[in-house]
Design a protein around this ligand. Structure first.
Ligand code: GDP
Length: 613
């Protein structure tokens, strides 16, 4: 289905770049979108700005009008035919949507509040943009909030700045410097866009106000220049079809429909298409291609305009049979006359298959559920880095069967009997079932919030487990007796720590060998009940602290009269902590992170002495 066109004269074959907006909550993403959509002309959609499905299209005329203040001498070159801006701001998942390996989004606007600097979600967005190698600019928004700012509505930024009082200019410079420093901490070279000598090397900061519109012309101009410079020819011209499912939606009268972004190529009514489905690939035929009715046409009954064919880039609603199980974030392929359908089926399923392969083979792990393939991928990447195992994945709303699946973890590892829900709804009944069964459901639309909530929960459970297990944990140590202060009931000895750490609660023993029979005997002395150095009490004494000797009190919990120094053992015997198979297992399951490599080595060395397999 590919028609690659190289002739640069064929203006009809130019395609528009796709732009996404992301950044921390409340930085002004929605307001900026509103501002750039806003037309100054009464007629509503003057300049041809059109509302599409999940996106707004800016044709070249609209771009030229909006950037006129930046192009007074008419020297600007416009090569792109228009710009498609994805409407739902703040969704990392859109940036993470891929078509054929590269990001769906050709360029991104990362919005930063000039008064707040880089915030947690800004960092998450940055990580995503870098991972996907998506070119981006930074809108340093809310400049009108600088103290004493005098507005020039919809003005070019540098002209506005020149009109400000010196104190305002100084505050601006100050905040820009702070932002630049914060970006430097993230390993990025950020500069004011009009001082940027290399788009490839530096991130451009463009100061904006979504309220006054100042800097918005600069921002649009920058998008034009950056896409023209950084987008390859492949992206500039209509070629192979690239299409991605943004959302799966039930619409009254239409059934299940999919909202797609056509980022390249042409899509026609009647095309045979293939998309990824939760239960396998879906092969179906396009019945209708719809975009919203323009605002001024509202008196027309139908809410949609039908199209026989649509050209990239645009957002369109697609009606076809059998879409119920379609996966948001999936690629959409068209079966052409020369295509091998089997190959396409495999290709379209590969994104989901790859994610399924990252599920832990041992069957231990949390369940995760996300809104789209892209957001699921981002979440899985994050969990992998955080070393949180995953046992099950799903896309779309959480249902009872998802809770049942997570419940299988209750016996294996209670702390993992959770569902991490990223940007998906959970209905009341499902939530109730989860609560009854003891499955924790974490919901968030920011990955790191999910992660933080899960980590805190996990720590609580591990801490409770450790408290329960602590009496069974035995820390390895090897001691040399240097004095005996009290020979029995309790035994009080002065010792040197040869290896390991000595803790209150550790059971101590000596190992004796009968000189005639060579029979080995492990004599339990009791548990350490107190430790003192120079009459000062300690709960734990490290080898390095024990130079001057440690006074150890050992009490036998079981026998009235325990073993006796001088009769059952003496200075010639080394004392060991009494390690058993069970005590080692307790350390492994509950205290793994606290045991040092040296301590593991010591445990290994003690095992043969104490007959531990
Ligand atoms: P989002 O969460 O990033 O989409 O942020 P919104 O667009 O909803 O904006 C959050 C709040 O900041 C709203 O109250 C906006 O009116 C306000 N806001 C957004 N942009 C600006 C701006 O440039 N200047 C000022 N003063 N307020 C702004």
């Amino acid at each position: 289905a590919a028609t690659t066109v190289h002739s640069k004269d064929q203006k009809d074959n130019l395609r528009s770049p796709i732009c996404c907006i992301l950044g921390h909550v409340d930085t002004g993403k929605t307001k900026l979108l509103d501002k750039i959509r806003q037309t100054n002309v009464q007629e509503g959609e003057a300049g041809g700005i059109t509302q599409q499905i999940g996106a707004t299209y800016f044709p070249l005329d609209a771009i030229k009008t909006k950037t006129a203040v930046m192009n007074k001498d008419n020297s600007q070159e416009y090569k792109i035919p228009g710009l498609l801006v994805i409407d739902t701001p703040g969704h990392e998942s859109f940036t993470n949507l891929r078509s054929r390996g590269s990001s769906l989004c050709n360029i991104a606007i990362l919005v930063v509040d000039i008064m707040h600097g880089l915030e947690p979600q800004t960092l998450e967005s940055l990580r995503l943009l870098r991972d996907k190698k998506t070119p981006f600019i930074v809108a340093l928004n809310k400049i009108d909030r600088l103290y004493g700012w005098k507005e020039t509505p919809d003005g070019a930024f540098q002209e506005s700045l020149a009109k400000q009082k010196r104190s305002v200019q100084r505050e601006f410079e100050d905040r820009v410097q702070k932002t630049i420093l914060a970006f430097a901490e993230q390993g990025l070279n950020a500069v004011l866009y009009y001082e940027n000598k290399s788009f490839a090397r530096n991130v451009s900061l463009v100061p904006t106000s979504a309220i006054t519109g100042e800097g918005v012309p600069d921002m649009i101009m920058l998008l034009v220049n950056l896409t023209q410079q950084r987008m390859s020819d492949r992206l500039m011209y209509l070629s192979e079809l690239e299409c991605t499912v943004l959302e799966v939606k039930v619409v009254e009268g239409l059934g299940t429909t999919i909202d797609v972004v056509l980022s390249n190529g042409i899509l026609r009514e009647g095309d045979k298409i293939i998309i990824c489905g939760l239960n396998g690939p879906i092969v179906t035929q396009v019945r209708a291609l719809l975009t919203p009715q323009p605002l001024r046409e509202l008196r027309i009954k139908s809410a949609y305009v039908h199209h026989k064919e649509v050209k990239a880039a645009l957002g369109v609603k697609l009606v076809a049979p059998d879409l119920d199980k379609a996966v948001a974030g999936s690629r959409l392929l068209v079966v052409g006359p020369d295509d091998d359908e089997e190959d396409l089926l495999d290709e379209v399923m590969s994104d989901l298959t790859t994610l399924l392969n990252s599920v832990d083979k041992s069957g231990r792990g949390v369940c995760v559920q996300a809104s789209t393939l892209g957001s699921l991928e981002a979440l899985l990447d994050f969990l992998k880095v955080s070393k949180i195992p995953v046992s099950g994945i799903n896309i779309g709303p959480v249902h009872k069967k998802d809770v049942m699946r997570a419940a299988t973890m209750l016996e294996k590892a209670k702390e993992l009997a959770v569902i991490l829900c990223f940007d998906v709804p959970v209905d009341k009944d499902t939530e109730k079932l989860a609560e009854e069964m003891g499955i924790k459901v974490f919901k968030a639309d920011i990955i790191y919030h999910l992660f933080d909530a899960f980590t805190a929960y996990n720590n609580d459970i591990m801490e409770a487990k450790r408290r329960d297990a602590a009496p069974q944990a035995v820390w390895p140590c090897r001691l040399k007796i240097i004095a005996a202060f009290c020979k029995r009931d309790p035994i009080i000895l002065g010792v040197d720590i040869l290896d390991g750490t000595l803790r209150v609660g550790t059971p101590l023993c000596v190992v004796t060998v009968d000189p005639t029979t060579q029979k080995k005997d492990i004599i339990d002395l009791g548990k350490v009940t107190s430790l003192e150095i120079n009459h000062k009490s300690f709960d734990i004494v490290k080898k390095s602290q024990s130079g001057g000797g440690v006074a150890v009190k050992i009490e036998h919990a079981v026998y009235e009269s325990g073993k006796m120094f001088g009769r059952h053992f003496d200075e010639k015997n080394e004392l060991f902590s009494h390690i058993t198979r069970q005590s080692i297992d307790v350390l492994k399951t509950s205290f793994k992170a606290d045991v040092s490599t040296e301590e593991w080595l010591l445990i290994k060395a003690l095992k043969p002495h104490l007959n531990v397999q």
